[in-house]
Ligand binder design. Structure first.
Ligand code: OSB
Ligand code: MG
Length: 368
């Protein structure tokens, strides 16, 4: 597989609803897309880095710089046999998993296409549809949140995740439970608490949450283990798990009982698979998180979520949850039972709408 050229671009896309988390509020998304030219064909990938360094130290700007300055020069014009070889070429660059992952995933798409298999099948997937949930941002009022949840349930979503932060947690969850006693419900704190809040967070135990995602700061596996000992609600880690090493340590320490895998956060499909496998051995379920992706990143997430230990619904909502018009054809739609169908075409499995991508592009560079 010879990588002949790499094109980087940043798009500007408006989210249908502003998304507020404990990090702040977001209205526009600036997806960074990568297009590899391999054997005369285009392979698209999406970098999930955020606009600012809140969720991770990586941003659209740093990812662009690391891609252009280091990762693309390591692979351009080279014969790269497989993902192992690609990981070896990227290994000298410390961190910057989101920048690495977009290439790794596009490259894996090319391998799947070459093998004449859908990405999901190529990765070893075992499902033709994946269960999805929805992640709902912090709202201005509890009534708005309750209405929003009602609307998502009416759409067919069967697992509701709400963002929490200090001041928008126990009483908010209590109000949700009162209105919707039976729904599958979970909360994501995006690192907003400290271990001093353990007794406060333990009040969440009465609401039967599926899990509590990332209550404490990203690097702290030790305090998460201490918190988990004080909670009945399973802790799920997101920001804390940047690779299989943290996943192994978190499971050994008892820092979590569930892992949210985002392939962008951990450097791609291969590392996701390693986390998936070791969680499976430890009898810990995993699920696929989301980063407000376009259809390109979403296709990757859907494919990954077909692996056997993805046993809980992912944050892989339908295209119309995010965008007026997605950049892939066909868009991802919610099907009966709150599922999304896995594409069956070879490779990524969806067609990129190049004209639309062109119109949305605010920055572009072709590297040869
Ligand atoms: O913490 O899971 C998160 C979005 C951006 C950054 C971090 C997170 C999220 C979400 C949205 O929760 C998931 C999605 O619908 O893509
Ligand atoms: Mg999260």
């Amino acid at each position: 597989m010879k990588i002949q050229a790499v094109e980087l671009r940043v798009l500007k896309m408006r989210l249908l609803q502003p998304f507020r988390t404990s990090f702040g509020v977001q209205q526009d998304r600036y997806p960074l897309l990568v297009r590899l030219e391999i054997d005369g064909r285009s392979q698209w990938g999406e970098c999930v880095a955020g606009e600012g360094p809140w969720y991770s130290y990586e941003t659209v700007e740093t990812a662009w710089q690391i891609l252009k300055g280091y990762l693309v020069p390591a692979i351009i014009g080279r014969e790269v046999a497989d993902v192992d070889a690609l990981e070896t070429l990227f290994a000298p660059v410390r961190g910057h998993h989101m920048a690495k992952a977009c290439i790794e995933m596009a490259f894996t798409g090319a391998l799947a296409e070459h093998a004449r298999k859908p990405l999901a099948t190529f990765l070893g997937g075992v499902r033709d549809r994946v269960e999805t949930g929805v992640s709902i941002g912090i709202q201005a009022t509890v009534d708005e949140l309750l209405d929003n949840i009602g609307a998502q349930l009416a759409q067919g979503y069967r697992r509701i995740k709400v963002k929490i932060e200090p001041g928008w947690d126990v009483t908010t969850i209590a109000a949700i439970r009162q209105r919707y006693p039976e729904i599958t419900l979970m909360a994501d704190a995006n690192c907003a608490y400290t271990l001093d809040d353990a007794a406060h967070l333990a009040q969440l135990d009465q609401f039967g949450l599926l899990m509590l995602e990332q209550p404490l700061t990203a690097g702290d596996l030790v305090d998460h283990a201490a918190l988990q000992r004080q909670l009945r609600t399973p802790i799920c880690l997101d920001e804390s798990i940047e690779s299989a090493r943290e996943a192994r340590q978190a499971l050994e320490l008892g820092s979590c009982r569930v892992i949210n895998i985002k392939p962008g956060r951990v450097g791609g499909f291969a590392e996701s698979r390693r986390i998936h496998d070791l969680a499976s051995k430890a009898s810990a379920p995993v699920w696929c998180g989301g980063m407000l992706e376009t259809g390109i990143g979403r296709a990757c997430n859907v494919a990954l979520a077909t692996l056997p230990n993805f046993r809980l619904p992912g944050d892989i909502s339908a295209s119309d949850r995010y965008w007026a018009e997605d950049i892939v054809e066909p868009p991802f739609v919610l099907q009966r039972g709150g599922t999304i169908a896995v594409p069956t075409r070879w490779g990524l499995g969806v067609r990129v709408k190049v004209d639309l991508v062109e119109r949305l592009t605010v920055r572009r560079e072709l590297l040869r």
